[in-house]
Design a protein around this ligand. Structure first.
Ligand SMILES: [Zn+2]
Length: 136
């Protein structure tokens, strides 16, 4: 069995509830959902971070997210959906995966749980300048 749990699922060696798949991507239910209906969208190939993905593969994953978001909203009558993707040391699986999960009023999930605050104009301008000068 592959060392990577996502590769074990995409190769069929580990069971999962696959909700969509094609030659390049596999989408399955997260066994530790933030909300019921939480889906992980993954490339079949073992690629770690968003910067490793060819543009066409990334586009394919986002189009699958769009289609699955539409299905979630239709099937689960959720109030919306959220997308989340972690990289580097925050990629807990080591294999690229895009989280898509339904949202419900008062579900308790919050993007500001760690105390996000308004950034000052100077801070915004500094980061803006860094990004503009970073090149492609
Ligand atoms: Zn993998």
């Amino acid at each position: 069995m592959p060392h990577c749990v996502v590769c074990a699922i995409t190769s069929g060696q580990l069971e999962a509830h696959v909700v969509f798949e094609n030659r390049h991507i596999v989408c399955f239910l997260d066994h530790m959902p933030i909300n019921e209906g939480h889906i992980l969208l993954c490339p079949r190939e073992h690629l770690a971070d968003i910067t490793d993905l060819p543009d066409g593969l990334l586009a394919e994953l986002m189009l699958a997210a769009k289609a699955l978001a539409n299905k979630l909203q239709g099937c689960l009558k959720c109030d919306g959906v959220s997308l989340l993707q972690n990289n580097g040391r925050f990629n807990e699986l080591g294999h690229f995966h895009l989280h898509l999960f339904p949202r419900f009023q008062d579900d308790g999930f919050s993007w500001v749980s760690r105390g996000s605050r308004l950034a000052g104009r100077e801070a915004l301008a500094r980061v803006d300048d860094l990004l503009r000068n970073a090149g492609d």
